[in-house]
Ligand binder design. Sequence first.
Ligand code: CAA
Length: 260
Amino acid sequence: STAFTNILTREDGGVGIITLNRPKALNALSTPLMTELNDALAQYDRDDGIMAIVLTGSEKAFAAGADIKEMRELTFMECYKKEFITSWTKVTTTRKPVIAAVSGFALGGGCELAMMCDIIYASHDAKFGQPEINLGILPGAGGTQRLVRAVGKSKAMELCLTGDMMTAQEALAGGLVAKVVPAGESTVLEEAIKTAKKIAKKSLPSVMMVKECVNKSFELSLAEGLHLERRFFHAAFATQDQKEGMGAFVEKRKPSWTHE
Ligand code: CAA
């Protein structure tokens, strides 16, 4: 695969693992880093050997936000002309599931990037926040929108207006994260990989359809969402994996997916 300089990639049991790797800058999300991240996601999405993706950072920071040093001198016209940050959404169009394994700071664009992922696991010392207000700006990659949907209006307003950070436990209570991994034997990355490997053993068409339906629940009315789900459910009966999955159940054996 391509040689990257701002991220690291490795593969393990059907799982593609992407590590943001600008530790000295707390993984500040520079344009070169985001370009590499987009490329890595696209490669894994195309790769038939990859069934799920884990996105992680360092122990100290998942990502401390957009790169302030890069943004400092930007003008409105530069932002506007090059559609600054608009290309950051590759995670949301990746069709295989993406799990964020968050240790340390997930701030600003870092929190927003984690929220673009399908599942967030947090280490006990993870901290989430939207501190843009302290820089004289506001969140620009979905913070005011996805945080509301994740933790509700009051908590989202509090975080975006004060710039304060939320602990992993608060994020769990609010529903932003699916699991907090306590200090101990296994790390948040190991737990995320374990879950990704579990998903990697399922039928890929089913996995992709679930992901698409759940994500559409944010865009559609309930009636439209239920209609979409019903049509995908019907479509699942066109897959070989449906015959295999139900056949295996009735014959009391493990299914052997062809992902078709
Ligand atoms: N951009 C660029 N560099 C950053 C950075 C960022 N977002 N966050 C940290 N760094 C750099 C620091 O400048 C510092 O570099 P130097 O060693 O060259 O001085 C290095 O990373 C280590 O950071 P600190 O010394 O500040 O570490 P700390 O442990 O004292 O503090 C922190 C950690 C509280 C996370 C602090 O670094 C911080 O507040 N960072 C900025 C967080 C922020 O405001 N994020 C929002 C960015 S705007 C955005 O993301 C817009 C959007 O919606 C897309």
